[in-house]
Design a protein. Structure first.
Length: 246
C-alpha cells in the first residue's frame, strides 16, 4: 500500500501533460425550456443534502436533479478559488431549486499539498466537505502563504514516514489550527492525516480522473457528462440557464 501511495503522490503533478488529448469527450451545450423547481423533503433544503459518490466526489443537492454539474477542482488552484469566491453562493441557490446538483471531485493536481488539504475537508461529516473546500478557496492567500514562503519545511515533512508526513506538515503550516477554527478538531485532523489507506484512495481517484476521464487542468466543469467551456461563474451561469435552470 505504501509503495502505491508514494507513486500516486508523485503522479498527479504530471497528469496535466499525460492526460492531454487522450480521448474524445462529448461536448456541446445543453439547451432546453425552463425546468420547474423540485422541492426538497419537508424540513430540509437541498444545499444541506450531501453524499459521497462512487467516483470519489461529494454530491450536494437533489441526487435526481435533471442538471448534474461536476467540478474537478484543486484546492491549490487560484482559478478554482476565484470561482468559489464569485460563484459558491449563487450556485447553491440553483442547487436549492432541486433542478441542479453539484458534485465536487477534488483533483490533486499539485500532489501532496492538495491531498493534505483535501483530506482535512473530508475529515468531518459529508455535508461539510463542500463548505470546507469553499473556506479553503475563500482564504486562498492564507492557505498558500506558508507553503510558498517555507517550501523547504514542507518538503522536509514529506520525507518523514508516510503515516507522519501529512500530520507534521499540517501542524507546521498552521492547517490544523485553520480547520480547528472551522469544526475539525486537532485530534480529528491528526487522525485523518495519518490514515494512509484513505490518502491512497484519494490519490488514486486523481490518477483515474486524469487517465480515464481526460481531466487535464482545474477547474474543469461537466454538465450531464458534457464538457463545459467555462471556468468562471460569469461564464457558467448562462450555460446553466440555457440548459433549463432558472
Amino acid at each position: 500500500m505504501i509503495k502505491t501511495l508514494r507513486f500516486a503522490l508523485a503522479a498527479p503533478i504530471a497528469l496535466a501533460l499525460a492526460a492531454c488529448g487522450s480521448g474524445v469527450e462529448e461536448t456541446g451545450e445543453i439547451e432546453g425550456e425552463a425546468i420547474a423547481a423540485i422541492p426538497a423533503p419537508e424540513g430540509t433544503e437541498w444545499r444541506s443534502t450531501a453524499v459521497m459518490t462512487e467516483e470519489g466526489g461529494t454530491l450536494v443537492g437533489n441526487p435526481d436533479a435533471p442538471l448534474k454539474l461536476v467540478e474537478y477542482g484543486s484546492l491549490t488552484c487560484g482559478t478554482c478559488a476565484r470561482f468559489s469566491m464569485e460563484g459558491a453562493e449563487p450556485l447553491m441557490e440553483y442547487v436549492d431549486s432541486g433542478v441542479v446538483s453539484f458534485e465536487l471531485r477534488q483533483f490533486a493536481i499539485h500532489g501532496p499539498i492538495d491531498l493534505l488539504l483535501g483530506r482535512l475537508t473530508q475529515c468531518g461529516p459529508v455535508e461539510a466537505v463542500v463548505p470546507l473546500s469553499d473556506q479553503v478557496w475563500q482564504n486562498f492567500e492564507t492557505i498558500m502563504q506558508p507553503v510558498q514562503t517555507d517550501q523547504a519545511t514542507f518538503e522536509a515533512a514529506m520525507q518523514r514516514p508516510i503515516e507522519e508526513r501529512f500530520v507534521v506538515a499540517a501542524e507546521q503550516m498552521g492547517y490544523l489550527d485553520f480547520f480547528a477554527a472551522r469544526g475539525i478538531s486537532e485530534d480529528q485532523g491528526r487522525q485523518c492525516l495519518a490514515d494512509v489507506a484513505k490518502l491512497e484512495e484519494m490519490a488514486n481517484h486523481t490518477q483515474r480522473y486524469g487517465s480515464e476521464y481526460n481531466i487535464a487542468g482545474t477547474p474543469t466543469f461537466k454538465l450531464n457528462g458534457r464538457d463545459v467551456d467555462a471556468n468562471t461563474w460569469a461564464a457558467l451561469e448562462p450555460i446553466l440557464q440555457r440548459a433549463g435552470a432558472r
